[in-house]
Design a binder for this molecule. Structure first.
Ligand code: G4P
Ligand code: NA
Ligand code: NA
Length: 190
């Protein structure tokens, strides 16, 4: 998606060789007009899948998922990373290993909010090693529901997540795929 790529080039900051900071428009301050264009694009890519629900993970996926949901006209469910007291005891649970943080954490979704007849679009802000998306797909499977696909804002093509998910037969659509960030220079792949 050209608009997103241009914005990454304009406002993205490369940290080291593998972290892209997009705090000014995507995961701290949020450019809602940009999110709106991204939501439209996700709808164009997945409209034919008869999506009944969007699933994301707190926190940075939520804003993007909510704006996209207005085009699909479906609810958004976000997986929780903390075991909150007010979360139902009947939950689907997946373990996610974060390479960035070097530890495993649990994500949970109440069993009430995904049903066997749901067709679920998974949305997230970043795709790095793919473990978060894999955990969400696993939860959809536990519910007996179907994964429509995975919509990602920014995929880091030099990490393994995209390959891992596509090899599992999941349709991954990323609005921008960063191919490399060597020496602070960002390049995209088609
Ligand atoms: P994975 O799910 O693809 O395996 O990724 P990983 O564990 O490595 O990522 C951990 C967190 O860091 C995730 O956010 C992910 O979205 C984010 N992340 C990964 N690479 C980048 C990057 O290059 N830039 C930025 N800005 N974020 C990146 P999270 O822990 O789930 O936190 P939240 O921000 O959604 O709350
Ligand atoms: Na995220
Ligand atoms: Na994040």
């Amino acid at each position: 998606m050209e608009l997103l790529k241009q914005r990454i080039l304009k406002d993205g900051q490369v940290l080291g060789n593998d972290i892209l900071k997009v705090d000014s428009f995507l995961n701290h301050q949020m450019d809602v007009q940009l999110f709106n264009e991204m939501g439209k694009e996700f709808f164009r890519l997945f409209a034919h899948k008869n999506v009944t629900k969007i699933l994301t993970i707190e926190s940075s996926g939520i804003g993007i998922a909510c704006i996209a949901a207005q085009y699909f006209n479906v609810p958004v469910v976000f997986a929780k990373k903390t075991e909150a007291k007010n979360l139902d005891s009947d939950t689907y649970l997946a373990e996610v290993f974060s390479f960035t943080k070097g530890k495993t954490y649990s994500v949970r979704v109440s069993q009430k909010y995904i049903n066997p007849n749901d067709i679920v679009l998974i949305i997230d802000d970043f795709l790095a090693n793919g473990k978060a998306a894999l955990g969400l797909a696993d939860i959809v499977g536990q519910a007996g529901a179907q994964v429509a696909g995975i919509g990602i804002a920014i995929e880091k093509g030099f990490q393994d997540g995209g390959k891992l998910l596509r090899e599992k037969g999941l349709e991954v659509q990323s609005l921008a795929i960063v191919q490399s960030m060597q020496n602070g220079k960002i390049s995209f792949s088609e």
